[in-house]
Design a protein around this ligand. Structure first.
Ligand SMILES: *Cc1c(COP(=O)(O)O)cnc(C)c1O
Length: 410
């Protein structure tokens, strides 16, 4: 009901993230003329005059409480499955074990479709609906396709999904179950992206690829708005984010910049840490070389964290800028440490981790050891999807209920 309530909106234009060239608001856009992502810009002075921090507290605890910061003009265009504010879970047992002051997981497993991709796709599909799109296509490592399927089903938009043939099985099935047409492709996510790009004229698709349309990032921006509000507008010291295409990292950085411009936070930023898998770590390689972008795809990318298997990212410059601007860094962890980290968090804290989320905990431990993160830092990690989507270890113990049970041996 609150969705359809009207709020003032403030999008002024879109802007090429490389050249700053302006593009008109309220039209369908892909990449800029320079083939770079477009960023949505707002009349932040007017926004600042229309809403206070206190106004927020009276609104429902969902991502649409930040309506003034989002591009959807009319409440009726919002396509929502109920996107809750997600908790910051402290981990007292692990913190004691590690000897640290405090760290927490932003637990995105509670989002619709079980992954934080819902934030981006909710806004992207709402805008697609508002702008009259009838058919979309998306390349995906799994969760983006599932979220696209769910939101397009609700919007009555046709959805075509292309994923590498080693995408987690449940992602492929949930995508199909929600009415999308899904294909397994014998290549990487970039190959899937190429298929979407090459087919879109013939098929009349709107291309929903990460950062090739400007609104998914606005949805991801709510991660940053939410963290700021949950921290009472005093940001944490470090944010460690599992980075594939980088929408969340870029989105949070954009959120913090907008919040500073309207005077809700000061200039202190969390150090943004990009976490990748050592089997696919193009941003880490670029960071170690001091590069501002990474054009060259990571060769033979492989990792159990499917969402991190992105050999080259269209938003590479924005990812690197978010890291450098905040005095952050990029770090890689291997699959064994990702598995061990996921086991440890589940056993000690009862949070069932996705591999990408487990990577942030593995990276946290690694960086406590190197000293790039200290025990006094307040650190936010991410569980970006529910662990229920991924293979879990089998259980083989059985009991015969018709025979006497030796309870002392259980
Ligand atoms: C997509 C995905 C990521 C990576 O997110 P980006 O915004 O593409 O960097 C991390 N974890 C999970 C579970 C994902 O689905």
């Amino acid at each position: 009901m609150t969705m359809t309530r009207e709020y003032p909106t403030f999008v002024s234009h879109l802007e090429c993230s490389l050249t700053g060239e302006h593009y008109e608001a309220d039209q369908l856009h892909g990449l800029s003329r320079e083939a770079k992502p477009l960023l949505v810009r707002y009349d932040l002075d007017a926004l600042a005059n229309s809403i206070t921090k206190d106004d927020l507290t009276t609104r429902p605890a969902d991502m649409w409480r930040y309506r003034e910061f989002l591009p959807v003009r009319r409440g009726n265009d919002i396509v929502s499955l109920g996107e809750p504010m997600t908790p910051l879970l402290t981990c007292p047992r692990l913190a004691a074990k590690l000897g640290v002051n405090q760290f927490m997981f932003k637990d995105e497993s509670r989002m619709p479709t079980g992954a934080f991709k819902a934030r981006g796709l909710a806004v992207a599909i709402s805008m697609a609906k508002a702008l009259g799109v009838k058919k979309v296509a998306i390349p995906t490592a799994g969760n983006a396709g599932a979220a696209a399927a769910a939101y397009t089903a609700r919007a009555g938009i046709d959805c075509y999904v292309f994923c590498p043939d080693d995408t987690p099985d449940i992602n492929v099935r949930e995508t199909a179950a929600q009415g999308a047409r899904v294909w397994l492709v014998n290549g990487l996510i970039n190959d899937c992206g190429r298929i979407v790009g090459e087919g879109k004229d013939a098929m009349g698709w709107f291309d929903l690829s990460t950062l090739k349309e400007p609104y998914r990032i606005e949805g991801k921006k709510t991660l940053g708005l939410e963290i700021a509000e949950q921290f009472a507008w005093q940001l944490p010291d470090v944010i460690m984010y599992p980075t594939g295409g980088g929408t969340g990292l870029i989105g949070m950085w954009k959120a913090f910049n907008e919040l500073e411009q309207i005077g809700w936070i000061d200039s202190k930023r969390p150090r943004m840490v990009c976490v990748q898998s050592s089997g696919c770590a193009p941003a880490v390689r670029a960071f170690e070389r001091g590069d501002e972008q990474y054009v060259e795809p990571w060769p033979d990318p492989h990792t159990i964290a499917a969402g991190l298997r992105v050999p080259v990212a269209i938003g590479d410059r924005l990812i690197m800028r978010a890291i450098y601007d905040t005095d952050g860094f990029a770090t890689a962890v291997d699959d064994d440490s990702i598995r061990a980290a996921g086991d440890e968090v589940a056993r000690e804290e009862g949070i069932l981790m996705c591999p990408e989320g487990a990577a942030t905990y593995a990276a946290y431990k690694k960086e406590l050891a190197t000293g790039r993160v200290t025990k006094d830092d307040v650190v936010v990690l991410f569980n970006t999807a529910t662990g229920l989507k991924y293979p879990l270890p089998p259980v083989t113990q059985t009991l015969d209920c018709h025979s006497p049970i030796d309870y002392t041996r259980l």
